[in-house]
Design a protein around this ligand. Sequence first.
Ligand code: HEM
Length: 130
Amino acid sequence: MQDQVKLFTREELKARNTETDCILIIHNGVYNVTEFLEEHPGGLEVLMELAGKDASEAFEDVSHSSDARSLMKKYKIGELVEADRTASKASFATTWNNDQPQEPNNAWSAWLVPLLLGVAATFLYRFLFL
Ligand code: HEM
């Protein structure tokens, strides 16, 4: 038999924000990082600031390594109840999706500014030094 995933509400997690009981919500997962506070390479303070709260955005902003991501599994104690979940996982996945179609005719405009600067510099040189 597989272990049942323990479910938490955001409300009940709010109070778990002390150095002796510190949880973080990251991508709808609930992590007890109490034992990890002193070991976190990014420091105890950043984790304490988000204790009891949703740290998904801050966690992604730091671009944690895949090592960090597999390490966090060790601290997972459960997940949020269905009603308290966000769609953050999907939106983070698309943040990195760079397949947006490029505007087809913006290539020439990319040259326009350097071109105009070049022309301006030429005229300036002529007037000043010739
Ligand atoms: C369970 C959750 C977390 C784990 C397991 C974790 C783990 C790690 C690890 C292993 C590193 C070293 C660099 C790397 O491998 O990416 C790191 C760096 C860092 N972490 Fe976390 N982290 C967690 C949550 C957070 C959160 C919520 C923040 C919020 C701001 C944060 C902020 C940072 C910062 C600022 C660094 C950079 C330190 C530096 O490069 O000087 N971490 N973390």
